[in-house]
Design a protein around this ligand. Structure first.
Ligand code: AMP
Length: 218
């Protein structure tokens, strides 16, 4: 089962995708994670992407489409969960073609729906472990000890460069202008399902599970 998790920055796409990996053996394809990894590697593409990401703008379509294309020929596990991709109509068209070429198809597109006013608080409280990348929220999902990652024990909590207020404004604007219209595209394709994210991660995961069961039994 291949899925897209759609939603604005701070909706919890990464958190839910990680759960789908551990609970259903799915393969998470997060273009944001791939780009941050490229940035850390210091490659030319990574440096170019980092400069764009810091402002909150989108990286060019052909770059992210290329990253996804490379991964589609790899391990499929219990299906792909696309996290943060596609973000534009051109990316959605490219994904459809790539999946068809790979003999695969989308089972559903899940839109994580959040009140925009809540997003700023969600994002500004977000920290991650600089060593293993585990993501926490200072209010809703703090590490058990303030000076140690629950997963790897490192004391190296960081904020993302693009979680600044200015970059966040740009990211939200990009989402509502370019990505939100894709819900219409997937609605027309009969693939769109919505999950309300007002509750905590467990509640959202339970609703997501319910939607996925409906997809499986449809
Ligand atoms: P994310 O981790 O999904 O919030 O992505 C972080 C940043 O990476 C975004 O603000 C964009 O600058 C860039 N990015 C990630 N995925 C895409 C995409 N599909 N298209 C364009 N830019 C992307």
């Amino acid at each position: 089962m291949n899925l897209i998790l759609m939603g604005p920055p701070g909706a919890g796409k990464g958190t839910q995708a990680t759960r789908l990996v551990s609970e259903r053996g799915m393969v998470q394809l997060s273009t944001g994670d791939m780009l941050r990894q490229a940035a850390r590697s210091g490659s030319k593409l990574g440096r170019r992407a980092a400069a764009i990401m810091e402002t909150g703008a989108f990286v060019p379509d052909e770059v992210v489409i290329g990253l996804i294309a490379e991964r589609l020929s790899g391990d499929r596990g219990g299906g792909f969960v696309f996290d943060g991709f596609p973000r534009t109509l051109a990316q959605a068209d490219a994904l459809e073609k790539l999946l068809t070429d790979a003999g695969a198809e989308l089972a559903a597109v899940i839109e994580l729906v959040v009140d925009p006013d809540e997003l700023v608080e969600r994002i500004t409280g977000r920290i991650s472990c600089g060593k293993c990348g585990a993501v926490y929220h200072l209010k809703t999902n703090p590490p058990a000890r303030p000076d140690a990652c629950d997963i790897c024990g490192a004391d190296d909590f960081r904020r993302r460069d693009d979680d600044s207020e200015e970059a966040l404004r740009t990211r939200l604007m990009e989402y509502f202008r370019n990505t939100a219209p894709l819900t219409g595209y997937y609605y027309r394709a009969g693939l769109l399902r919505r999950v309300n994210c007002a509750g905590g991660p467990d509640e959202v995961a339970a609703q997501l599970h319910h939607e996925l069961e409906a997809v499986v039994s449809a």
